[in-house]
Design a protein around this ligand. Structure first.
Ligand code: NAP
Length: 291
C-alpha cells in the first residue's frame, strides 16, 4: 500500500496564485522538503490557472530517484474560466468519466511522470454519477496511472453515495482551529467508520490567525500562544498538534511558501497535547464550554 505520510506540502500558493516560484525555487523547496522528511506534495489541475502542475513538473523532470521518493497528490473536477481555458463559459464542476481520464492524462504530462500517487475529486458535483467516476478510476488504476483514490470537500452522505461503487482512501477537507465544522457535521465520524484518511486543507487557517483584529481570532490566538509557551514551541506547531490528536490520523496539507514554516509543522508531530489542552483550544474556537 502506497501510503502518504504526514505532513503534506500544499503547493496552491507556490505558483501564479502566490509566490510565483521560479523552477530553481521549486527545486530548492522540494529538495529541502525531501531532506527533512516531507515527501508528499498536494496540487490540483486548476492551481495557478492551470499552470502550477507544469511548473512543479519542470522541477522534477527526469529526476527519477526524486520521483520515486515523493508522493504526488492532484485533483480534478472544478472547471475555471481563465485565459488558459477560454472555452469555459462559467465556473462549474465536471466529474464525467471522459473529463476525469482526460484530466489525469494532462496531469501526467504536466508532471513528466507516468503515475499519480493520490488522485482526488476536488468538489462534490451535484451531477456526480458514482458509476461513471468508478469506471474512470478503475480504468486509471488498472493502467497504473493512479495508485490511490480519494475525494475532497465531500460530506458524509456524498462519501456514502460514492463508496458503494469505489474504494475511497482520503477525504481532503477544510479543517483547522478556525474551521471546526468537520468535527461536528459527521465528516470525521464518517472517516473513522470507513477507514478514510482525512487530509486537512488550510490547517493554519490560511494565515488568518496572524490578523489579530478579529475578536474571535484574538481569543484563539491567545489560547494557542499560551499552549505554545507551555509546550515550548510555536503557534503553528500547536495548530497542527491540535489536528494530529484526532483518532482519524489527520494529514495536514500545509500551504506555506516558506521552508521554515514547513519544518515547524513537521516538528509538531512530536507534540502530544493533553486532552484538557485540546479542549482549551476547541473551546477558544467555539466560544463556549462543552455541554
Ligand atoms: N481541496 C481543496 O478544496 C483545497 C482548498 C484550499 C487549499 N487546498 C490545499 O491546502 C493547502 C493549504 O491551504 P492554505 O494555503 O489555504 O492553508 P494554510 O496552510 O492554513 O495557510 C498557508 C498560508 O498562511 C500563511 N501563514 C502560515 N503561518 C503564518 C504565520 N505564522 N504568520 C503569517 N502567515 C502565516 C502562509 O504564508 P507564508 O507563505 O508566508 O508562510 C500562507 O499564505 C493548499 O496549498 C492546497 O494544496 C485544498
Amino acid at each position: 500500500m502506497n501510503t502518504v505520510i504526514s505532513p503534506i506540502a500544499g503547493c496552491m500558493r507556490w505558483g501564479k496564485w502566490g509566490a510565483n516560484f521560479s523552477t530553481y525555487d521549486y527545486e530548492t523547496i522540494i529538495n529541502q522538503c525531501v531532506e527533512n522528511g516531507i515527501t508528499a506534495f498536494d496540487l490540483a489541475d486548476i492551481y495557478g490557472d492551470y499552470t502550477t502542475e507544469s511548473d512543479f513538473g519542470e522541477a522534477i523532470k527526469h529526476k527519477h530517484t526524486l520521483r520515486s521518493t515523493i508522493k504526488l497528490i492532484t485533483k480534478c473536477g472544478i472547471q475555471m474560466v481563465c485565459d488558459n481555458r477560454s472555452h469555459h463559459q462559467i465556473k462549474s464542476y465536471n466529474t464525467t468519466k471522459e473529463h476525469i481520464i482526460k484530466s489525469v492524462e494532462q496531469s501526467l504530462k504536466n508532471f513528466h511522470t507516468d503515475y499519480i500517487d493520490v488522485f482526488l475529486i476536488h468538489r462534490p458535483s451535484p451531477l456526480l454519477n458514482p458509476i461513471e467516476v468508478a469506471e474512470a478510476i478503475n480504468q486509471l488504476k488498472q493502467q497504473g496511472k493512479i495508485l490511490q483514490f480519494g475525494v475532497s470537500n465531500f460530506l458524509p452522505q456524498q462519501v456514502d453515495a460514492l463508496k458503494n461503487c469505489i474504494e475511497i482512501n482520503y477525504n481532503q477537507i477544510e479543517l483547522s482551529i478556525i474551521h471546526l465544522k468537520p468535527f461536528l457535521d459527521g465528516t470525521l465520524d464518517n472517516c473513522l467508520q470507513n477507514c478514510i484518511r482525512p487530509m486537512a486543507w488550510s490547517p493554519l487557517g490560511g494565515g488568518l490567525l496572524s490578523e489579530d483584529e478579529h475578536p474571535r481570532f484574538r481569543i484563539i490566538y491567545s489560547a494557542t500562544s499560551e499552549l505554545a509557551e507551555k509546550y515550548n514551541t510555536g503557534i503553528n506547531q500547536i495548530l497542527i498538534a491540535f489536528l494530529l490528536k484526532h483518532p482519524t490520523h489527520i494529514l495536514p496539507v500545509v500551504g506555506t511558501t516558506k521552508i521554515e514554516r514547513l519544518l515547524q509543522v513537521k516538528a509538531a508531530t512530536n507534540i502530544k497535547l493533553t486532552d484538557e489542552d485540546w479542549f482549551k483550544l476547541y473551546t477558544a474556537s467555539t466560544g463556549e464550554e462543552v455541554a
